[in-house]
Ligand binder design. Sequence first.
Ligand SMILES: Cc1cc2nc3c(=O)[nH]c(=O)nc-3n(C[C@H](O)[C@H](O)[C@H](O)COP(=O)(O)OP(=O)(O)OC[C@H]3O[C@@H](n4cnc5c(N)ncnc54)[C@H](O)[C@@H]3O)c2cc1C
Length: 446
Amino acid sequence: MKRVLVIGGGASGLMAAIAAAEQGAKVTLLERNRQVGKKLLVTGNGRCNLTNLDQELSHYRGGEPGFAAAVLREFSLPETWYFFERLGICIRNRNGYLYPYSDQASSVADVLRMEAEHLGVKLALGNQVLELRAVGEMEGNSRTERSSGTVQNSMPRFEARTESWTYEGDACVLAAGSAAAPATGSDGSGYALAKSLGHRIIKPLPALVALRCRERFFERLAGLRMEASVRILADGKELARDWGEVQFTKTGISGIPVFQVSRYAVRALDEGRRVEARLNLLPQLEGEASPIEGSAGKPRAAECGPGLEYFFQKRLQSGGYKTGEQFLTGLFPGKMSLCLLERAGIPKGKRAADWSREELQGLLRLIRDFRTEITAGGSFEQAQVCSGGVDTAQICPQTMESRIVPGFYLAGEAVDIDGACGGYNLQWAWSSGYVAGLHAAGQAAT
Ligand SMILES: Cc1cc2nc3c(=O)[nH]c(=O)nc-3n(C[C@H](O)[C@H](O)[C@H](O)COP(=O)(O)OP(=O)(O)OC[C@H]3O[C@@H](n4cnc5c(N)ncnc54)[C@H](O)[C@@H]3O)c2cc1C
């Protein structure tokens, strides 16, 4: 019988196992945890945002931007929706963000496990793969990269050694995840397994994380949540921007728009570049309605007012008698007003009508361009995903098969693709997992 080994029982591994078993393969899934789908349980705050209606390609990032698009064409959003409905998951649509109707991430993990068991997948739980070998005819071949997507070399078979047993397969899918959120099982050991077969690993770094800032005033801003746009610049060059509710913490900035741009900040820091975040604290009043590249949240044109200067002039006409703190009341939370006035050098208690032109301009500059130096991103423990992973140049996107080891497939976060917040990481896991499993079964059959 055709034997497929799947390493990792997360979203992509379960998907690969089901797809391979549906093709009639004999599938063994090796998972180091005592349960499958542990990370799935914590997704979407326990509700699992399993995909998104907006499949704009800028939501998928990596060294080779077109790679994810090619894989998503093979197993797309409608196929994912249909797949989950077939497994019993009714879909709840929240402004394009799709969840299981039960609002329970556990139901997604459950239906995947039930389907895998139903199809006869052997779930070998508590089995960490310590070593992976491609043996047989492959051993004679040099591990040179092939440019075509089609594998022509003779087929090796695979041996996955765990502490208690060595499992054999005619094909193998590596779906061991990344190094993010290791408490769920993904400890980064999958990278070493891919590397041992000759694959190049793009340095994994935390993504979808909060950012640490240099300035001390964040201690006083901790707990604030404000609508703002966030731009990330490295050595003065803009890398990414987003818009939404920014959260201020004791050490810096967080919240969905910060998560969205964090992978760019973290990678730039790792390259030794000077990284800065620039926030517009009143983006609705500015001309920030232009389309924002790679952005999940965009200010709508209708929300753009006549501009910050005009808005402040009008406010001064009626509120010029107020002190700075009073003048900003109703516009910003008190802690932010104090911080802005202090950074703008406006003396406490000075009436707004008495502000010099420079003082007013300084304040407006801060509101539309609140700058902070980024010193670090969150840790792997805090990250939802990783950027980096197995180099996509070594993988065929139509099959997810390695271009250097025939019969070896990759799926999910182990690969150098990371998605934005909003269901894109799971969509990547579903699509890449399905494609890998399908072709691993086909490959094993030849
Ligand atoms: C808090 C949190 C919330 C999230 N929310 C969302 C969301 O709502 N929507 C979304 O799209 N994405 C979300 N994500 C991201 C998403 O969960 C992941 O991108 C996705 O689960 C990755 O799937 P995977 O199969 O590649 O890896 P994983 O799910 O990490 O699975 C890998 C599996 O392999 C096992 N394994 C690792 N090494 C070995 C080994 N050597 N031998 C055997 N087994 C091994 C691990 O134990 C693990 O079970 C969230 C992530 C986190 C941490």
